[in-house]
Design a protein around this ligand. Structure first.
Ligand code: RP5
Length: 172
């Protein structure tokens, strides 16, 4: 059905409408050199497709699943029910409740079937990629090094911002 060969991370979206919020996840994985695939599969509208993608993904060597959905966001939980690989859930804001609905639906899993839930929306999309990288880095020293370099870069950016602000206040 779908070619997932080589993908270490499989990103599942409840709808194509989730892609603008989740594009950053794929970009962050690519930036860290992590092979990944992205597919739309809905826990409610296409439960069999969710099942098939998990089976295919596992057979292809996927190590971490990322599942993003809004509203009654059961996708990550539905994935977690069908695999013992780590599942990272990204709650997405929809028209109502600013993502609080999706956050509760994603995070409140029963004991024994966890979903590693990150922040709602675009921040969560990025953090899902970083968290997936951290899991993969446990057995990949090169990736661990790239994560450390990313942190160093982030710290340098904050210090640059501090200097810029001081400069602006001096001359503004
Ligand atoms: C969820 O419902 C999807 O993940 C999406 O966030 C939301 C709305 O889906 P669409 O009606 O845009 O397909 O299942």
């Amino acid at each position: 059905m779908t070619d997932l060969r080589g993908a270490k991370v499989l990103i599942l979206l409840g709808s194509k409408s989730d892609w603008p919020a989740m594009r950053g996840c794929a970009e962050a994985l690519a930036g860290l050199g992590i092979s990944h695939a992205v597919h739309v599969a809905s826990a409610h509208r296409t439960p069999e497709r969710v099942e098939a993608l998990i089976r295919e993904g596992e057979a292809a060597g996927v190590e971490v699943f990322v599942a993003a959905a809004g509203m009654a966001a059961h996708l990550a939980g539905a994935v977690a029910a069908r695999t013992v690989k780590p599942v990272i859930g990204v709650p997405l804001p929809a028209d109502s409740f600013l993502g609080f609905d999706a956050m509760l639906a994603t995070v409140q899993m029963p004991p024994g079937v966890p979903v590693l839930t990150v922040a709602a929306g675009k921040a969560g999309a990025t953090n899902a990629a970083v968290a997936a990288a951290q899991i993969l880095a446990l057995s990949d020293p090169g990736l661990a090094g790239r994560l450390r370099a990313q942190r160093t870069e982030m710290a340098a950016k904050v210090e640059r911002q501090d200097r810029e602000l001081a400069e602006e206040r001096l001359h503004g």
